[in-house]
Write a protein that binds this ligand. Structure first.
Ligand code: PFF
Length: 431
């Protein structure tokens, strides 16, 4: 079977940006930044992205381009001994949707309530009673899973590429409208100060690990998603330019999301450290007080839906591509089997807020356990191994791909020595 390919360079960039820009930027980034001191977190996160994450991102793109294979086959081809590591990436990418799609289900519910103008009086009460139910949240998580699976099911060009080419520009447009609206609110100045004026006394090692986990999560690094999307790129794609474009857009969108959310938060006197519920309680609470609550709320949650589904598609596709080759099954069968596996794990995760709220792993409910373990443990660990494997086991990677020049030498030294040491340090001190 001929290997699928993006139909143009721009489609490749849109799809990769679609993978990177997701709930990580709009749901996770503002609440984690709010909890970790605002501007100082933003500064650490930006430095980590510019000087550290760019290297594993380039490695994943190179691996995709050189081997043109799914994640498991690519690592097995580098050395059959590394096949297990390919599988570890796939396990990581299977665990992520098990909490990500729960949030997807909540988004569907909020779209429904704003669309039908059934805005509750008290969102805190509403969210806790809604998320603790059994049937509706489970039904909506599974519905979100099915909506996402349709695209990998239909294939790279007809499904994934089309979805991204339509949803991502719409997403960007809605985000800009909302951000412009937010900066005209009375609390804008305070919100922007919180975001951009660092307080260095809040700097600590746990915050650095959280910033690293967030940077990897938001750039979709450390689980083979970029390897998979990279394997569909055309031969003449310039990887360095693509990596910078991806980082530029992902960071820009996270910052615009902050510019949209913090002025709203400060205008209505909510604490920015409210946590994971910021987007589902505080924001809608504020929308309800604004002039056109159902329209603002609806735009915001549709925006969140586009962001979530384009990332969800890349999550599914990463696992689907490996299942097709490892189990020798059709794309449709692979998508079907994976949807069942993910569905089974997603249900207890959805129930973490009600029926299973007393069940805890390492002091966390199942949902938080999945979120924490993937972002703060598996992603940094996988990224470390990706750097070590690419640096030490792919012969002449930098010579062939970047060239024997200053950039190539610096890349080589960073990849082999400096980045692994920094990653080990951040992981150990953060834990
Ligand atoms: N980068 C996505 C986000 O910020 O929401 C999340 C994600 C996408 C994680 C793709 C994993 C993945 F394979």
């Amino acid at each position: 079977m001929e290997k699928a390919q993006w139909s143009s360079h721009i489609s490749f960039i849109i799809a990769t940006v679609g993978s990177a820009v997701g709930l990580g930027n709009i749901w996770r980034f503002p609440y984690i930044m709010g909890k970790n001191g605002g501007a100082i977190f933003l500064l650490t996160y930006l430095l980590l992205i510019a000087f550290i994450c760019i290297i594993p991102l380039l490695c994943e793109l190179f691996i995709g381009k050189i081997y043109k294979k799914d994640t498991v086959s690519a690592f097995a081809e580098i050395n059959p001994k590394f096949k297990w590591f390919g599988w570890l990436c796939i396990i990581t990418v299977i665990l992520i949707p098990c909490f990500y799609f729960v949030v997807g289900g909540w988004i569907l519910n909020y779209i429904w309530i704003f669309l039908t103008n059934r805005i509750p009086d008290n969102f805190a009460q509403y969210f806790s009673s809604f998320s603790s139910q059994v049937t509706i949240p489970c039904f909506l998580s599974i519905l979100f899973l099915l909506m996402t699976s349709i695209f990998p099911f239909r294939g790279v060009n007809k499904g994934i590429e089309k979805a991204n080419n339509i949803m991502m520009p719409l997403f960007a447009l809605m985000l800009i409208i909302m951000a412009v609206y937010a900066v005209t609110l009375p609390g804008a100045k305070e919100g922007l100060t919180f975001m951009f004026k660092p307080n260095f006394s809040q700097f600590n090692s746990a915050m650095v690990l959280t910033a690293l986990g967030q940077a990897l999560f938001t750039l979709s690094i450390g689980m083979g998603a970029i390897i998979t999307y990279g394997s569909y790129m055309k031969k003449d794609t310039n990887i360095i330019k693509s990596a910078y474009t991806l980082i530029f857009f992902d960071t820009l969108i996270a910052v615009i999301a902050g510019i949209m959310i913090f002025p709203i938060v400060f205008s209505f006197g909510v604490t920015p450290s409210a946590g994971a519920t910021l987007v589902f309680i505080s924001l809608p609470e504020m929308f309800a007080k604004l002039p056109f609550p159902s329209i603002t709320g609806l735009i915001f949650f549709i925006l969140l839906f586009f962001a979530a589904i384009t990332s969800g598609i890349s999550i599914m596709e990463t696992a689907v591509a490996s299942f097709i080759n490892q189990f020798n099954v059709s794309r449709q069968k692979a998508t079907f089997i994976l949807s069942i596996i993910i569905g089974i794990i997603t249900i207890p995760s959805t129930l973490s807020f009600g029926l299973l709220s007393d069940f805890s792993l390492n002091g966390k409910n199942f949902f938080d356990f999945l979120d924490y373990t993937t972002s703060n443990i598996l992603l940094p660990f996988n990224t470390l191994l990706i750097c070590l494997i690419a640096g030490w086991c792919i012969k002449g990677l930098w010579k062939n791909e970047i060239g024997e020049n200053f950039l190539g030498y610096s890349f080589n030294i960073l990849l082999k020595f400096i980045i692994p040491v920094i990653l080990i340090y951040v992981i150990l001190s953060g834990i």
